[in-house]
Design a protein around this ligand. Structure first.
Ligand SMILES: [Zn+2]
Length: 286
């Protein structure tokens, strides 16, 4: 159950609807608005709720297929697969399942989520818990016939589960898991490291060698934005123009490594139109 087989190129688009989408628009109109901008993917934000109904999902699936417009979803912010209370773990699993089922019905390829908080425990203990719970999520989705990639995200704070090595371990143990590589988070959680062509090439190489038998670089799902950080990692997303993240060099590293898949620009609303175009231009020129 490998979906999709691979992507033939890199698709770049926004998180949520384009900032100039008319208010009260639904996902179909948001897709059309992306197309008007010349953008070719979008991440649906199921972060507070799964806001697409079943019938709407069928229409979205037909529309996005016709346009060759890959869709992903960002799952709930309220997920902690390593919570101390079993009830919270169960609720976290079901939030992932709900988002996964609906984005799959909408023709989407991936559901993204922040797996867990370390809460003072060591990485390997929490990784084991995340793997155990994601296997249960996967089982439930298989039983429903839902085919979608589970995408634990590279998170923005060292107190959150989800650095590169943790993601590699999870992806090697959970059949339908592949990472969501958030380059801004990597930069923020390491206090401004990972800001050069060489460092990014090394990460891509590590992913390609570390994640076995999944052709990860041809099935990449990524996030990128300007970001402000402090000693505890991510603070907030900021415009690319005010951030020192060298996104043009990052695009060169992605191109050099033959990356295909989807890249979601998580820009603040005020600069979203500009920043998606900036990244698309940088990719085209890389
Ligand atoms: Zn995220």
């Amino acid at each position: 159950m490998i979906y999709p087989q691979t992507f033939e190129r890199l698709y770049i688009g926004p998180a949520g609807p384009p900032a100039d989408t008319p208010e009260d628009s639904r996902t179909l109109e948001a897709i059309d608005q992306c197309v008007k901008h010349g953008w070719d993917t979008m991440e649906v934000a199921f972060v507070y709720q799964v806001h697409i109904g079943e019938k709407e999902a069928e229409k979205v699936a037909a529309h996005s297929k016709k346009l060759s417009f890959p869709l992903s979803a960002h799952g709930s912010y309220y997920i902690n697969l390593a919570a101390k209370e079993p009830k919270k773990i169960g609720a976290s699993r079901s939030r992932i399942v709900q988002a996964a089922v609906r984005i799959a019905q909408a023709g989407g390829h991936s559901v993204v989520f922040h797996s867990a908080f370390l809460m003072g425990r060591d990485s390997s203990a929490v990784t084991a818990l995340v793997i155990e719970q994601l296997k249960k999520v996967e089982e439930e989705l298989k039983a429903k016939g839902t085919k979608v990639w589970l995408r634990p995200e590279l998170t923005g704070k060292p107190t959150q589960h989800g650095d590169v090595e943790e993601l590699i371990k999870v992806c090697n143990k959970v059949e339908t898991a592949l990472p969501c590589i958030d380059w801004a988070h990597l930069y923020a959680r390491t206090g401004g490291q990972f800001n050069s062509y060489e460092e990014w090439c090394a990460v891509l190489d590590r992913l390609a060698r570390g994640i076995k038998n999944k052709n990860v670089l041809e099935r990449m799902h990524m996030h990128l934005s300007g970001i402000e950080f402090g000693p505890r990692g991510e603070k907030r997303h900021i415009p690319l123009s005010t951030c020192e993240l060298r996104y043009k060099e990052l695009m060169q590293a992605l191109k050099q490594a033959g990356v295909a898949g989807t890249l979601i620009v998580e820009a603040p609303e005020v600069c979203q139109l500009e920043d998606v175009d900036r990244i698309r231009t940088a990719w085209a020129g890389a």
